[in-house]
Structures are given as C-alpha cells and as structure tokens.
Design a protein around this ligand. Structure first.
Ligand code: T46
Length: 144
C-alpha cells in the first residue's frame, strides 16, 4: 500500500474552535472529565501526548483529511498556527481548562513550546499515516 495515497479517505469540512472545559474544583484541587457527547464532540479512539518539549523546536506541518482532534495543554504553553480556507490564526494554549478542536483539512504548526510542556490530544480515529497531508502544496491544492 502506498502510504502517500490519501485518495480513498473521506474528507471532512475544516473547523477550528476553542472549547471551554468545565472544571470541578474544591479545596483539594481541580478535576476535568473528558467525555464524548458531553464536552468532546466525537468518539475518542486514541489519546496521545507530546512532552519533553524544547523551546525553538516546531512540530506538525501537516493537515488531516478525516481526523477530529481536541488539543489540551495540560502543562506549560504552546502556540498553534492553523490555516484553512482563507483563515490563518494562532491560538495560544496555556490553560488545561481549554481545548482546541481541530477537524479535517486544517494545516497546523505547533511552535513556541515552553520547555516541558505537555500537550494532550484526543483523536477520533486510530493512527493512520494515510490520513495525513504532509505536503503544503498538496494541502493548498486540496483547499481550492
Ligand atoms: C497532530 C499534531 C497535533 C504514532 O505512531 N502514533 C500516533 O498516534 C501519532 C500521533 C504519532 N505516531 C508516530 C509517527 C511519527 O513517527 O510518532 C512520530 C511523531 O509523529 P508526528 O511527527 O506526526 O508528530 P507531530 O507532533 O508533528 O504531530 C502530532 C500528530 O501526528 C498530528 O496528528 O495533529 O500532533
């Protein structure tokens, strides 16, 4: 199978949205629960987290065809550049009570990681390299 062949994967409309996550706090500290249909708008099939981050090292540089993801910065901070359609925007994530929802064909770059940031990501699909668009020119072509 050609892992660069993304033609057989259904494409979904791009969407980016900041979601406020309700916090249950008391004198012991805080707790946030993440649950499909409550505060996560998809069924969660995978969770991964990015850690041991270093300042000055950027990540991402790709889009997804079908994937929906919720990015939560549980510690530290990071800037997420997103691009889709005619929109280009940067989100600063430094608060574990907020999640950045990214759906579909959105080019993303994660940059300005504070040292030892933890970025947790909930994903709607299992890992599949076929869902990635890693070539910016191809992404721009698909955006037309
Ligand atoms: C995304 C941003 C926010 C796996 O084996 N399984 C996985 O679930 C993932 C996400 C990655 N990998 C492997 C693939 C690569 O060999 O881990 C390595 C690093 O992945 P990548 O270079 O894609 O990492 P980032 O930080 O550039 O992007 C990741 C996600 O891949 C991507 O979906 O939206 O975080």
């Amino acid at each position: 199978m050609d892992i660069n062949d993304t033609s057989n994967i259904e494409q979904i409309s791009p969407k980016v949205e900041l979601i406020n996550l309700e916090k249950h706090g008391d004198e012991r500290g805080s707790l946030i629960a993440l649950e499909p249909d409550i505060n996560v708008p998809f069924d969660i099939k995978r969770v991964y987290y990015i850690f041991d981050t270093k300042s000055g090292v950027d990540r991402g540089f790709h889009a997804h065809k079908k994937l929906k993801q919720l990015l939560i910065c549980t510690s530290g901070s990071v800037d997420i550049d997103v691009e889709y359609g005619t929109t280009k925007q940067t989100y600063h994530l430094d608060n574990s009570s907020q999640g950045l929802l990214i759906e579909g064909l959105v080019w993303r770059v994660m940059k300005n990681f504070k040292e030892n940031t933890v970025l947790m990501v909930l994903a709607s699909e299992k890992y599949s390299e076929q869902d990635y668009i890693r070539n910016y020119d191809k992404f721009k072509e698909m955006n037309k």
